[in-house]
Structures are given as structure tokens and as C-alpha cells.
Design a protein around this ligand. Structure first.
Ligand code: XIL
Length: 320
């Protein structure tokens, strides 16, 4: 079983960070280092240094690396968003980006989030409007998931061995978004579009997870023959102005981690559980919630294991 976490290259030189990471995980994923704004800061230049630091750490510690993410609508550089490119220029830029980045990490990154969050939040089951799809898009607007298909084919050309994933938020349960993704993945599999897996982010808020529905959803995707990875799990808790959660919430949080891990482990096709960071010292939840939420990860700010860590450990020891 792959147990992964998102990592930040700047923290790798911090002894407690590196020690915890190397001890408890066998997979890492760059949290931001492979997003366009970091890896492709100018049209003609790529910056692989932060990503390479993570890959080096992983290879020294015998860990696998997941890549995140070749195509997204966020954290894009202004040369791209303000470039007023035509459809054919955008297609050329995107193909070059995918082939350069996936090519650089060929043999080093075993699985890629090719596309992240392509489905809309507000219109269930509809593709989101993004620069890639329709502003002006890579020339396939109005043709459903064709632009996504094209990206998977480019990624496969760049690294035929890498497992290619579609990653999504809010599609963990049976719902209109996961229904649409299911239909897309089934179609891709039937037509031989190279897709190997689906990532469910699993950012959990309000201490609520519909585990029965999550389990049914994992079941239907793995039945299509694709793998499922839990890619970005965290369980945000309400925190006081000092960042401290209520003790009873830590217990409920542990239950949710255990239930999700158990749901994954009960499906042979669910092959990875990854958290979005591992220490509460470094988590996107604080800034994302204006510091009203936090304490979302298995280790506290001092790298002490929380009840969530023990719960995950027990679920993993119980095995499949
Ligand atoms: C977040 C990172 O954790 C932050 O450091 C960054 O400022 C914003 O993005 N879904 C995703 C991730 O797929 O890439 C996001 O990561 C969190 C939500």
C-alpha cells in the first residue's frame, strides 16, 4: 500500500520534517512545485529545481513520487493567463508543457495527475470553463471531454510507463460530479484513451464523511479497471485563535481517517492513501480558511502523532 503525503521542498532541510517524512511515508507528491507558476515561470523556460529536490529526497529514501499536476485552471503564470493566445497557440503551449515536464521526470514520477479539477463546482456534471477549454481553449470547446483526452494522449507519449490519473475535488461520493467523471472514464477505457486511475482529493470539512457513499464510489471506479488513489486527504477542524482544536474533535477526526483508510483498503484497486501534508505546522487549511480551521493532519505542529495517526496506523495494520 502506498502511503503518501504532499511535500514542500523548502521544508526538506528541517530535521524533524525530513525525519518524520522518511520514517512514515513511502510516497511523496510535490504540493506546489510542479504547478505551472513554479515549473513554467516564463514561456520559454522551465524551473525543475524545486521538483528535483523532492525527487532526490524520494530516491534517497526509497519513496515513489506522484506528479501533481500537468493541467489545472489555478496557479498559472501571468504570461499564460494574460497572453491572449489563439487556440492553436494554446494547444502548442500545452502540448509542449506536458511533454517537457512529464519527459523531464520520465522514469522518476510513477503516476501523474494529468488533469486536476476539470469539472465545475456549481453546475453539477458540467466541465468547468477554463483557459484550456474555452478561453479560447485548445480548440475543442463544445466537444465534451476531448481536450482532456488530448492531454492524456500527450502525457502518454511523453512517458509511456507512467500511470495517468484524473484528479478531482468533491467527487468522492456518489454525486453528479462523480457520475460525470465515471461516464468519461468509462468512455476513455472503451476507446483506449490512456487513463490508469482516478484521484479523489478527500479534503474533508465539517467533520463529516459519507463513508458508505465513498465506498460505493470507489467500488464502481475500480470495477472499470482503473486504480483509485486518495490523493489529498485532510480533515479540517475548527480552531481557536491560537490554532488549537477541541480535544473531542481530534477523536472524531481520527475516526474519519480510519474509516476512509478502511474503505480504501477494502478495495484491491484502491492502491494509495495520501494526506495533503503531514504536520499541522505546514498545511494549506489555515490560510485557505482565514485561520478559522486547521489541525487537519496526522501530526501536530511539533511533529507529535495525533489520534488520527494512531487510527491510520491501526487501519493499515488490519490490512485488506
Ligand atoms: C494548494 C496548496 O496546498 C497550497 O500551498 C497552494 O497555495 C494552493 O493549492 N486542491 C489541489 C491542490 O489539487 O493543488 C491544492 O493545493 C489544494 C486543493
Amino acid at each position: 500500500m502506498l502511503i503518501g503525503t504532499a511535500v514542500r521542498p523548502a521544508q526538506l532541510s528541517e530535521a524533524a520534517y525530513a525525519a518524520t517524512l522518511g520514517r512514515d511515508f513511502n510516497m511523496v507528491e510535490p504540493e506546489d512545485a510542479l504547478k505551472w507558476e513554479v515549473v513554467h515561470p516564463e514561456r520559454q523556460s522551465f524551473n525543475f529545481l524545486p521538483g528535483d529536490q523532492i525527487v532526490d529526497f524520494a530516491s534517497r529514501h526509497g519513496m515513489k513520487v506522484r506528479g501533481h499536476t500537468l493541467v489545472w485552471h489555478r496557479q498559472m503564470p501571468t504570461w499564460l493567463t494574460e497572453g491572449k493566445f489563439t487556440s492553436s497557440e494554446l494547444a502548442e503551449i500545452l502540448e509542449q508543457h506536458i511533454k517537457t515536464v512529464a519527459g523531464h521526470y520520465r522514469g522518476k514520477i510513477f503516476a501523474w495527475d494529468v488533469i486536476n479539477e476539470a469539472y465545475d463546482e456549481l453546475q453539477p456534471g458540467r466541465l468547468r470553463s477554463t483557459i484550456w477549454r474555452d478561453q479560447p481553449g485548445i480548440g475543442l470547446v463544445g466537444s465534451g471531454s476531448s481536450y482532456i483526452e488530448r492531454c492524456f494522449r500527450w502525457a502518454h507519449e511523453a512517458d509511456p510507463q507512467a500511470l495517468l490519473f484524473y484528479n478531482e475535488a468533491g467527487a468522492e461520493t456518489m454525486n453528479p460530479k462523480s457520475d460525470a467523471i465515471y461516464a468519461m472514464v468509462r468512455d476513455f477505457r472503451q476507446r483506449g484513451v490512456p487513463i490508469d486511475g482516478v484521484g479523489f482529493q478527500m479534503h474533508i470539512a465539517k467533520l463529516h464523511a459519507d463513508v458508505a457513499s465513498i465506498s460505493a464510489n470507489i467500488h464502481r471506479f475500480t470495477a472499470l479497471g482503473v486504480q483509485v488513489h486518495i490523493t489529498e486527504m485532510d480533515v479540517a477542524l475548527p480552531v481557536d485563535p491560537n490554532g488549537n482544536p477541541r480535544p473531542e474533535d481530534l477523536q472524531r477526526q481520527a475516526d474519519i481517517y480510519r474509516e476512509i483508510a478502511t474503505a480504501c483498503l477494502s478495495h484491491p484497486g484502491c492502491t494509495a492513501i495520501q494526506t495533503w501534508g503531514f504536520t499541522d505546522k505546514y498545511s494549506w487549511i489555515g490560510s485557505h480558511s482565514k485561520q478559522t480551521q486547521g489541525a487537519a493532519l496526522p501530526f501536530d505542529r511539533n511533529y507529535r502523532a495525533k489520534p488520527a495517526y494512531e487510527a491510520l496506523r491501526k487501519a493499515l495494520e488490519a490490512g485488506r
